[in-house]
Design a protein around this ligand. Structure first.
Ligand SMILES: [Zn+2]
Length: 411
């Protein structure tokens, strides 16, 4: 009985931790039984993150722990340790390349979940890592341990299939079948509803043919098999359904309420930075509806924000909701006798109706205004983080908000 974790076997451009993990657990010795493998996304701003910052773990039942560890020692030396330091030239990312630093851990008992929460919400480079019974390798032990510590109370599933050795170039996935399974209520994020693009195939030189996301294990399996059964989908070396923390929202703390003190909009790219009494709020153009709301805001308006503080000190807003807005414009009232708009007679001299000449004391009324929305906003499905929980899944996305239930987190 125990838990195996693995992370950081891929560079940004090549390799794939999910495939390395698939090979690892497919080739365990006879008599070893695995639970459902788990794919765990961690803090999106981790300095060393690879694509999507995912780590892997699985619960293992083995009557002979010593024999299993001997097998893992050998597998590590032959298949995983050689991946260390690999960097491939990247055409898909401008981020600095970080050499792979694979790490594998074995825990007889799952460590406390607190390490998972630290690793999904912040930087754990210098935190105290729970002691594994055995660990192999380097930096990857951090994510591997966090993946083991994940309590998995809030989960979705992803069926991942890997291409045949040597397969490269464009992926062949039966689009008609994909459209069909996309219509199932539990299959999620497989297509961009606005533009019709499929979202299941990674870009770039990954060995993954597709990753199909689902709210249930059964539908993930069924949809994956439907795709693989089609003659119009290319052959694969294998597939597995992973239990994941994707769409859990685990990376976010409680909502924060902020009053806007200033606004800067990048004239070309349309990114917005809102100054507040605390961290400046950054809303990227890719945020779509979130960005549209941010651009509409003016000084004095108040918002609720869900997001993560970047190491540069800005709060990257993922979801945003307007809670108070000042009137954008004022105007003179209408004459109550004839309905014509009153005019000022000059400073301190009141108003006069241009038609009937009735006079009234000086006054203003607010011009009606319409914000883009009073509801919570989120990016379109193709621009969300793996961890982002869709608003449609939350019980409170209307005017009550989570603020009423949780203490406001102070950044
Ligand atoms: Zn009048």
């Amino acid at each position: 009985m125990g838990w195996l974790g693995l992370d950081d076997t891929d560079s940004l451009a090549g390799g794939c931790t999910t495939e390395a993990f698939h090979q690892l657990i497919t080739n365990l010795p006879d008599g070893v039984v695995c639970g459902t493998p788990r794919l765990v996304r961690l803090w999106p701003f981790a300095q060393r993150r690879t694509r999507g910052n995912a780590a892997l773990s699985v619960e293992i039942h083995a009557s002979d722990e010593a024999g299993l560890l001997t097998h893992l020692d050998a597998w590590w030396e032959t298949h995983l340790a050689p991946l260390s330091g690999q960097v491939e030239a990247s055409t898909i990312s401008e981020r600095p390349q970080v050499p792979a630093s694979p790490g594998m851990v074995w825990f007889a008992d799952a460590p406390d979940e607190s390490y998972y929460w630290d690793a999904v919400r912040g930087d754990v480079t210098n935190s105290i890592r729970p002691q594994a019974r055995r660990s192999w390798g380097g930096h990857g032990c951090i994510g591997a341990t966090a993946a083991v510590a994940w309590p998995a109370r809030e989960a979705t599933w992803e069926a991942i299939a890997w291409r045949m050795p040597g397969a490269s170039g464009s992926r062949r996935i039966d689009d008609a079948v994909l459209r069909e399974v996309d219509g199932w209520s539990n299959i999620v994020f497989s297509r961009d509803p606005r533009r019709g693009h499929q979202l299941v195939a990674p870009r770039g030189p990954s060995p993954v043919l597709f990753g199909l996301r689902s709210r249930t294990l059964e539908d993930a399996e069924k949809a994956c098999l439907r795709l693989l059964d089609s003659a119009n989908t290319e052959s694969v070396i294998g597939w597995r359904v992973f239990k994941t923390n994707q769409a859990s929202g685990d990376h976010l703390g409680a909502d924060v309420r902020r009053s806007i003190k200033g606004k800067e909009v990048d004239p070309v790219r349309k990114h917005v930075v809102l100054s507040t009494d605390s961290h400046p709020i950054k809303v990227f153009a890719e945020g779509g509806p979130v960005n549209a709301l941010a651009r509409w805001l003016e000084v004095g308006d108040e918002v609720l924000v869900r997001g993560l503080v970047h190491p540069d000190g800005t709060l990257h807003a993922e979801q945003l909701r307007l809670v108070h807005a000042w009137p954008r414009q004022r105007q003179r009232p209408l004459c109550d006798e004839c309905g014509v708009r009153m005019k000022s007679m000059g400073s301190g001299q009141g108003l006069r109706c241009p038609a009937c000449k009735q006079r009234t004391p000086d006054s203003w009324e607010d011009v009606e205004f319409a914000p883009p929305t009073w509801a919570w906003t989120e990016p379109d499905v193709d621009a969300r983080r793996h961890l982002a929980r869709p608003l449609a899944w939350s019980e409170n996305n209307g005017n009550s908000g989570r603020l009423n239930q949780n203490d406001e987190k102070q950044w």
